[in-house]
Design a protein around this ligand. Structure first.
Ligand SMILES: [Zn+2]
Ligand SMILES: [Zn+2]
Length: 98
């Protein structure tokens, strides 16, 4: 019996299945939660049972201090920037440099 896709809920057949994070995904549905970049078993980063690319993987140290006003403001700025310029983070260093 074929399992449903964790992203779209449709049946995943073995030829297009990615088994990851205790779930099953279509290859095309296994993409970053933030930028929708298609991921694979080698470059994904799992967090909270969801796949992220290297640039958008939620850093643990980031969430611990995220409640200060300064960090909230910085985070909103970076979210706005990533929405305005999709694909601008093809080079991962832009986020990691912060
Ligand atoms: Zn799917
Ligand atoms: Zn991403």
């Amino acid at each position: 019996m074929n399992p449903p896709c964790a992203r779209c809920g449709k049946i995943v057949y073995p030829t297009e299945k990615v088994s990851c994070l205790d779930k099953n995904w279509h290859k095309g549905c296994f993409h970053c939660e933030v930028c929708k970049m298609t991921l694979n078993m080698k470059n994904y980063k799992g967090y909270d049972k969801k796949p992220y690319c290297n640039a958008h993987y939620p850093k643990t140290s980031f969430t611990i201090v995220a409640d200060t006003p300064e960090n909230l403001r910085l985070r909103q700025q970076s979210e706005l920037q990533s929405q305005e310029r999709p694909g601008s983070y093809s080079n991962d260093h832009s986020l990691q440099a912060r």
